[in-house]
Design a protein around this ligand. Structure first.
Ligand SMILES: *Cc1c(COP(=O)(O)O)cnc(C)c1O
Length: 257
């Protein structure tokens, strides 16, 4: 093992331990919590090393970056999450490049994604048939609904993205009618606080928004709460996170600002 991959494996062990400790403190099981490795700015090689160490979920925040790494990551059976703000004009590309869009913040964007996924699925079917005709042995591409989370704005700063809390109910009802989307939960990014304990109220707010939707639409809806990053993952798990998005604590400092 090169020293770089030894370091990644060590980081991964440390992150898993933090997740386990935080979960056990509140009587939860670490297996209920999905680790999404946020690989933005990091090389395909590091992604492959974390994959080899067992990580199966990765997050990128730019469509372009996912696209440029794609060729270097062929054969990885991973789930790819779009975690950054998504412009509507990139929805079609995103629907073809990602398994989950964790940052849906408007009904208009959701509508574009649903329509784009229909087109994508039709193309996948076509090319599958073409391949079958040529009797090639490539695995069949997945033809399925696009998983989505609604991103809720937890940071009052105007430049930060996310739907307003009061719009969540309306958005949930709209997305539930979109045939190509599989709405799984809510995502949020609180402001950065030196003391991570200060992120607790926004995390709790996200859980309470989810609970309000459940009170109206049933206890099975929105099982996923994606919240918690490198410096505040423990607090997020205390508050019910089922998916945590970790970059720096796994990969080290980002390679560009
Ligand atoms: C970059 C990023 C992360 C990871 O942040 P770290 O502090 O490096 O763990 C998580 N979520 C989103 C939305 C991000 O953009």
């Amino acid at each position: 093992m090169s020293s770089a991959s030894a370091e990644l494996a060590e980081n991964l062990a440390r992150v898993r331990e933090r997740i386990e400790l935080a979960a056990s403190r509140v009587g939860r099981r670490a297996e209920e919590i999905t680790l999404v490795a946020v690989s933005k700015t990091h090389s395909p090689r590091k992604i492959q090393e974390l994959y080899a160490a067992g990580v199966r979920h990765f997050g990128e925040n730019r469509v372009q970056e996912r696209e440029s790494k794609l060729a270097h990551l062929a054969g990885l059976e991973a789930t790819w999450h779009m975690i950054g703000h998504l412009q509507k004009n990139k929805a079609a590309r995103a629907a073809a490049l990602f398994d989950s869009i964790d940052s849906v913040d408007s009904a208009a964007l959701a509508e574009k994604l649903s329509r784009a996924r229909t087109d994508f699925n039709e193309k996948v079917t076509e090319s599958t048939e073409e391949r079958n005709a040529k009797k090639e042995s490539e695995p069949l591409a997945k033809r399925n609904r696009l998983r989505v989370l609604i991103e809720v704005k937890l940071d009052p700063e105007p430049a930060k993205s996310g739907a307003a809390g009061e719009d969540v109910m309306r958005l949930v009802e709209a997305i539930l009618h979109m045939p190509q989307l599989d709405l799984r939960g809510l995502m949020g990014v609180p402001p950065y606080f030196d003391n991570p304990e200060e992120a607790r109220p926004p995390f709790r707010h996200l859980r309470e928004l989810r609970d309000a939707v459940r009170a109206r639409l049933g206890p099975e809806i929105l099982p996923v709460l994606s919240m918690g990053m490198s410096h505040d993952v423990e607090i997020a798990i205390d508050e019910g996170a089922t998916e945590v998005r970790i970059g720096t604590a796994l990969f080290g400092a980002r390679e560009r600002a």
